[in-house]
Ligand binder design. Sequence first.
Ligand SMILES: Cc1cc2nc3c(=O)[nH]c(=O)nc-3n(C[C@H](O)[C@H](O)[C@H](O)COP(=O)(O)OP(=O)(O)OC[C@H]3O[C@@H](n4cnc5c(N)ncnc54)[C@H](O)[C@@H]3O)c2cc1C
Length: 448
Amino acid sequence: MTSTEKTNYLIIGNSAGGIGAAEAIREIDKARAITIVSDEPYPVYSRPLISEHLADGYPLERMLFRPPDFYENSNIRTLFGEKVVQVNFNEHIVKLESDRTITWQKLLLATGGLPIVPKIEGIELKAVFTFTKLDDARAIDRSLNQYGRRVRAVVIGGGLIGMSVTEALVKRGVQVTIVEMKEQILNTILDEEASALEEKVLTDAGVEIITGHTVSKIDSYLPGEVTGVSLDDSRPIPCEMVIVAIGVQPRIELVSDSEIETNRGIVIDRHMTASNPDVYACGDVAEAYDFAYGKNRLVPIWPNAYAGGRIAGLNMAGVATEYQGGTAMNSMRYFGMNTVSAGMVRPPDDSYEVISSEHDDVYKKVVLKNGVIAGMVFSGDIEKSGIIYNLMKDRVNVDSFKQVLVDDDFGLASLPEEIWRARLAIPASLLASSATSIEQPEEALTGE
Ligand SMILES: Cc1cc2nc3c(=O)[nH]c(=O)nc-3n(C[C@H](O)[C@H](O)[C@H](O)COP(=O)(O)OP(=O)(O)OC[C@H]3O[C@@H](n4cnc5c(N)ncnc54)[C@H](O)[C@@H]3O)c2cc1C
């Protein structure tokens, strides 16, 4: 027999987006019931830290995004290790895999993404993994521990997830080959020059990188075991383990047969409302506003999921609030190399202007459209990239001083006074201090 439970706010997904929403709801509404359902069995953890878990054995307690008593203190009911399998948007009811049902008044879909897994021969072998959740890191760890010798791994995909798992594997003593279909690694967030610098630090660390090719099958010359992969040109690469990191797709399965409008992700407005006024979406599953592109699109990064979740939560609790927008902002440090990229890094046509500088292992590039920053890449020296990001976020016209943006000695003091006063809102009390202390709040943006 099944029983129906009731909640006011139902949040599917216990990660950046779901937590952002729950916290915002509780700021407004201390009383009504919030329920968070997640098919992962853990309290909210920082997903980017799964590489530290694999590399250095980071325990879950050090990965938690909120203290363990967060849910109890915020009076949030949790259903962890429970999967929602069906949503009836008209009757406001969800069904869980365990057959339980829950009715709700406002629903948030913060279901994130699912790794894309190609249908190639050998994909079902037990030493083939994805790398998007803690249990993936744990499974790879268990597998590595079974070998009494050096393991060779092929990582399919040279994006952010491929880089994260590669660094962790190298730290574990694994010999890694990355196979990337495009001509450059990290090609969706970096341009050619910055990608080449990343490639250099990876190869210096002993990683083999094969670009312009893909894996067409996973070989198994011993029963049930991975013995290598074959590339699309039939080249064999021997290995004992394969990590599939070719991308993540919005997890829209709960809305696919419903009236909820989807594109690549769930379509939402600036209040994070989906095409049903009682349904909201945020994070990796939703197409939210990107200020650098001036339109809604998928921007699957943690801070945007959290910020979008907060806006959804405020609106769910009845406080009409518009999302100001985020953009793809990635700050990374693989093999000791600092890189920050944001917005549009590869301008699509001549209507964009590019200002750049390059020397030694330092590369800086700012992309402008009509005098406003549309994108940026900083590699090697990222110290002042936070200032550039803020100028970009605030849509400041930088045309009259654009050349200084990529100078080595660029800082807040390089900006016209009315800009750093008005746009960056530096408190008057700070103006007497040194330039370094003024810059600190901006630099926080670049921190890992
Ligand atoms: C290895 C790795 C490294 C990363 N590094 C960075 C980084 O350095 N910086 C950065 O900004 N971002 C990074 N990201 C991306 C970042 O983690 C995501 O953008 C962020 O986690 C998205 O949050 P979310 O709340 O939208 O969804 P998710 O974090 O994907 O969480 C969604 C949750 O919903 C659950 N769920 C989905 N469907 C159901 C269902 N039907 N029933 C129950 N539960 C369900 C899922 O199991 C999951 O727990 C990284 C991601 C990975 C995988």
